[in-house]
Design a protein. Structure first.
Ligand code: AKB
Length: 310
């Protein structure tokens, strides 16, 4: 029987992944772990184990005693927050990955999220290809490039079945993201529902790759369910949903909330966003394991506003 451990289960992605796994494999097939328990009722139907992902012994104990087949290691300090304390961000992001990869040598399947943050100023901005020179300017991006290489190393050297996706900005309604550069978009939806103006820390025309959370969870579950011989990239796959700028998002939200208004006050996060792609070429993910997004910008905006209104 499949048994899935989600480490970092109380974060924005973790909550949604636990629920997605419950729907696909059953509530008892999933164990959530984090340093604190979240308060999402659906996610909390599965067992919860308190776990510090940087504690190698604790990670090993939970994994070996739990009889898991698959581990999703989601713990990370994101791009904007990481810049405030780069050494701590590196430490958290790398230790949490390495602790799981070490356990996986005994025969675990592993998922680890990478990000559009692996790309830097040298990469093509539009339809950024799968394989390009990566020169990230954030420590988060540096840790993601390094992590991708570690994943590939554990696959080549020890045969670890490790799989990864380069997520765009993830847009979901169950919880607020924390510390990212793409987070502005989630905030905009909350402001639109509250009926207040939104002050954006990016420039109006700063376009970034984004994705509805349902697409991101489906991509993750499909990638992990694909036969191993279909997974040709053991670093990480480019994954594309839609792309929009704050200005384009505002116009789309205004179709549903005509009084919604965005003002602009760019800060240091604008530089991070400017170093990232506008859009990604995810042909390899489509070819290798059948990826296809369902949400364009219009569908994403409709779904977010409906969900938040409900
Ligand atoms: C961030 O903005 O740091 C994250 C990401 C793109 O990985 N959402």
């Amino acid at each position: 029987m499949e048994k899935h451990l989600v480490i970092g289960a109380s974060g924005q992605l973790g909550i949604e992944l636990v629920i997605g796994l419950q729907e696909r494999y059953g509530i008892d097939a999933v164990v959530a772990s984090d340093i604190r328990k979240g308060n999402d009722e659906l996610a909390n139907r599965s067992e919860f184990t308190k776990l510090d992902a940087t504690d190698a012994e604790a990670v090993k104990k939970v994994i070996t005693e739990g009889g898991f087949t698959t581990v999703y290691q989601l713990v990370a300090m994101l791009s904007a927050k990481g810049e405030a304390d780069p050494v701590r961000a590196w430490d958290l992001n790398m230790k949490s990955l390495m602790n799981v990869l070490e356990c996986a040598k005994e025969g675990l399947k592993v998922f680890w999220p990478s990000s559009i943050a692996v790309f830097g100023p040298e990469a093509e901005k539009d339809e950024t290809p799968q394989d390009v020179f990566c020169d990230p300017t954030t420590i988060y991006g540096v840790s993601k490039v390094s992590g991708e290489l570690w994943c590939n190393y554990y696959f080549e050297k020890y045969g670890v079945d490790v799989r990864s996706l380069r997520y765009p900005g993830l847009i979901g309604y169950r919880s607020m993201p924390g510390g990212g550069t793409t987070d502005y978009a989630v905030d905009a939806f909350y402001k639109a529902i509250e009926g207040v103006d939104f002050e954006c820390y990016l420039k109006p025309n700063e376009s970034l790759p984004m994705m509805h959370m349902d697409d991101a969870i489906r991509a993750t579950l499909d990638l992990m369910a694909a036969p191993a011989d279909q997974i040709k990239h053991r670093t990480s796959y480019n994954l594309s949903g839609c792309s929009f700028s704050p200005e384009e998002l505002t116009l789309e939200i205004q179709k549903h909330c005509p009084n919604f208004n965005t003002t602009y006050n760019p800060d240091h996060r604008q530089n991070i966003a400017a170093s990232w792609p506008n859009s990604l070429d995810d042909t390899k993910a489509r070819e290798d394991w059948g990826w296809k997004p369902e949400y364009g910008t219009k569908e994403l905006v409709e779904a977010m506003l409906n969900a938040l209104r409900n």
